[in-house]
Design a protein around this ligand. Structure first.
Ligand code: MOS
Length: 755
């Protein structure tokens, strides 16, 4: 049996895969019409017959225990069906206080009466209507035994986290830091602080759960559909195949929908207990507690530089907040590993336990906060050395990965710097601050930052079914959280099959499909895309095998290597007059369909040999009112190199989203804790500021050509997270350039710039 007919599923595509005509096209979202007409079904749009509504009662204290709940009052309210508290909560097959799996977070599912953070679930009220459940939850009138809340970096116990991110070591050393620091002509010793931020997806977490004996159907937005199905199955002790998780659309995820949280389990538990479908939708304020956030950081950097501004040592220590009961932290110091050449690099992570919900991955986890500090510190260094910030970055350009000594799989960062600077008009920027004013007398400043994000791959599988009518069905349980997976993955699949995208029916967002892996880490297009492409080429190989062995085919006698798939036909590679349509080949073979399967994942040898990152450069202009301290970002130009771009329109849209988030990080976002109560006092979209259209300037994202022959066969990296990483520092540095004030705490506020 030839290779391509074996029953093993093809893994990586061969390097330098030539893609067809769909890839590279800026086509609009295939789900766009469904979304703008309201036809797209989100989790909360599901109303199974007999459905009840659940509302979670959450704690108003941050630490202590629930002393009493007026369950009788809640139950007496018309329409209330059940009140679930730790006293009557049915058992779970696994303990929520034990970590499970790669993304296993400890969570709160009424396992006891302890309160570990404000807005922690303390009871669930299930009722005939949302209104009755809401009122029932209010009637519980909890009383508490209150213990003092531990909030802030000095509020709780410090500890060394066993790991950061997904299994990465918390500390890193390369070279002789002490020697590098003592050899330095200039020493920058600086601190930066970043606040807690909350994901705030437009669509709050929503769960609709329905049991049919021991079979469970759950509608919930999720970024890791098949993995999450497995987790739910374990907690309820049913086989994974009994659980059907549907997540066709997500109204944003940003990492918070990649993990399982208490509300999911409580809703499924209520449905099983009451033998009725149950819907639970978190109100906005409950998004600030049980479903993750970006933890706050304090970062200390020491940069040693020689007289020409070259790093002799780079030290980056991060202290990050986490909950009292779990370990995830914002791995900020890792941002210093892979970007700038330095003979010595040393990073440390420490954590502090406070009475907040456990943080989790939030768009550009680690890098967002860490690069903010690193890019500002490098700007401080440029000023100290009297060197232009762009020149500073070029002098410290890393031609090999500083952390591992490995070559980069591809790194078009020089082109990003050059083209971004050209587009922005960076040349001629005065070195000193406070040199530029507009006609209205406002200070103008220009700043820049480098952008970097890893290009990981996870594991994914896909299926492609060619049909005799010349169309194809392609399937993978991937997640479109707004990034455009439905479109981009279909483009890749179309090219794998040699079909026009209009012939592609794309199915996704359901756990009964091949495992599409995790939509996270900016790795979904690379991973699920590789699986889909491999599934397509597998189907084509099988088709070619049939044609080559069929004396009635014009392709008879052609080996698989000798054909090319294009526009629904197989062509002989060296004799284009010999070709046949897929439909004709299938019809003569008496087949209605032919199926191919494929996997996506990193080639372990390539991963060992190369450092794989997306890169970019962001340039910002700000205008600051010298009397009022008001900051307006007037221009943002980003230039990004992220391997092959499958859809420039959607890639740019992702980069815009990241850059807007960077602006938000620099100037707007902050969850403010009341240190006395431990509560977040701005747990809503009125008090938790995010940019609106009026805050967003003229913005450009340039896509820089980059051919990456190592990252995967398709040459795809990712664009979901990198836009944040350069932008925060660029804006902060522009504010320094405008005002001469170096603000070391984010978000930068008016108060920081006046007086
Ligand atoms: Mo992302 S924070 O990997 O969804």
């Amino acid at each position: 049996m030839p290779d391509h007919m074996s029953d093993t599923i093809p893994f990586s595509a061969a390097p330098h895969v030539r893609l067809g005509s769909s890839s590279g096209q800026p086509i609009t979202r295939r789900d766009g019409v469904l979304k703008v007409t309201g036809a797209a079904t989100y989790a909360a749009d599901n109303h199974p017959a007999g459905m009840l509504h659940a509302v979670i009662a959450v704690s108003t204290i941050a630490r202590g225990r629930v002393a009493s709940l007026d369950v009788a009052a809640a139950k007496a309210h018309p329409g209330v069906v059940e009140v679930i508290t730790p006293a009557n909560r049915p058992p779970l097959a696994l303990d929520p206080d034990v970590k499970h799996g790669m993304f296993g977070f400890r969570f709160d599912a009424l396992q006891n009466d302890r309160v570990r953070y404000a807005k922690q679930p303390i009871a669930v009220v299930v009722a005939q209507t949302l209104e009755a459940a809401t009122e029932g939850a209010r009637l519980l009138s909890p009383t508490y035994e209150i213990e003092p809340a531990r909030i802030g970096f000095d509020g709780g116990e410090h500890f060394d986290p066993p790991m950061v991110s997904i299994g990465a070591p918390p500390n890193f050393d390369r070279g002789d830091l002490a020697a590098g620091l003592s050899a330095a002509a200039h020493l920058i010793d600086t601190h930066y602080e970043t606040p807690a931020q909350y994901h705030n997806a437009m669509e709050p977490h929503a769960i609709v759960a329905e049991w049919d004996s021991d079979r469970l159907t759950i509608d919930t937005p999720n970024q890791a559909i098949v993995m999450m199905r497995g987790a739910f199955a374990e907690f309820f002790d049913v086989p994974a195949e009994n659980v059907h998780l549907r997540s066709p659309f997500l109204g944003g995820g940003f990492g918070s929908k990649a993990i399982m949280a208490g509300p999911h389990i409580l809703c499924i538990l209520a449905a099983r207990m009451l033998r009725r479908p149950v819907k639970l939708v978190l109100p906005r304020d409950q998004m600030y507690g049980p479903v993750g956030h970006r933890g706050a950081t304090q970062q200390h950097l020491r940069l040693g530089l020689d007289a020409e501004g070259r790093l002799t040592a780079l030290e980056h220590h991060a202290l990050a907040t986490t909950s009292s009961f779990d370990d995830f932290i914002e791995a900020a110091a890792n941002a210093s590993h892979n970007l700038y050449a330095s003979p010595a690099i040393s990073t440390r992570h420490r954590a502090v336990r406070v009475d907040i919900g456990t943080p989790g991955p939030m768009r550009a986890p680690g890098e967002a906060s860490g690069s903010a500090a690193l890019e500002c510190a490098l700007d401080e260094a440029a000023a100290a050395c009297g060197i232009d910030p762009l020149e500073m970055r070029l002098r410290n350009y890393a031609d090999i990965d500083p952390a591992t000594g490995r070559p980069y799989s591809a790194k078009a960062l020089r082109a990003c710097y050059a083209q971004g600077a050209e587009r922005f008009g960076w040349a001629g920027r005065p070195l000193a601050p406070r040199q530029m004013r507009c006609d209205a007398g406002h200070l103008i400043g220009w700043g820049m930052g480098s952008a970097l994000f890893p290009a990981p791959m996870f594991q994914a599988e896909a299926r492609a079914t060619l049909r005799a009518d010349g169309t194809a069905l392609v399937e993978t349980a991937g997640a479109d959280m707004g990034q455009g997976a439905w479109t981009v993955l279909a483009q890749i699949a179309a090219d794998g099959l040699g079909l026009d995208i209009e012939k592609i029916e794309f199915r996704s967002g359901s756990s009964d499909l091949p495992d599409g892996g995790v939509a996270g880490g900016s790795g979904h297009t690379a991973t699920a895309g590789s699986a889909l492409h491999n599934a397509g080429t597998d189907a084509i190989a099988k088709l070619a095998e049939i044609a080559a062995n069929d004396p009635a085919s014009p392709l008879f006698g052609t080996g698989n290597a000798g054909v090319e798939a294009r526009n629904g036909r197989l062509y002989h590679r060296s004799d284009r007059s010999r070709s046949e349509s897929y439909g004709d080949i299938l019809a003569r073979a008496g087949l209605a369909t032919i199926e191919g399967n494929g996997k996506g994942g990193r080639d372990p040898a390539a991963a060992e040999a190369r450092a794989m990152f997306s890169h970019g450069a962001v340039f910002a202009e700000v205008k600051v009112d010298p009397d009022l301290g008001q900051v307006r970002v007037t221009r943002l130009v980003g230039a990004f190199a992220a391997g092959r771009i499958i859809n420039p329109r959607l890639a740019r849209s992702q980069l815009y989203g990241g850059m807007i988030w960077g602006l938000s990080f620099a100037l707007h976002e902050e969850a403010i804790h009341d240190r006395r109560s431990g509560r977040i006092i701005n747990a809503d979209l009125a008090g938790y500021h995010i940019p609106v259209h009026a805050d967003i300037p003229e913005m450009e994202a340039l896509l820089i050509d980059e051919d990456d022959p190592y990252v995967n066969g398709l040459g795809i990296k990712g664009v979901g997270e990198i836009g944040i990483t350069g932008t925060v520092g660029a804006i902060a540095n522009a504010i320094w350039h405008a005002t001469g004030v170096r603000v070391r705490r984010f978000p930068i506020r008016i108060e920081d710039l006046i007086g």
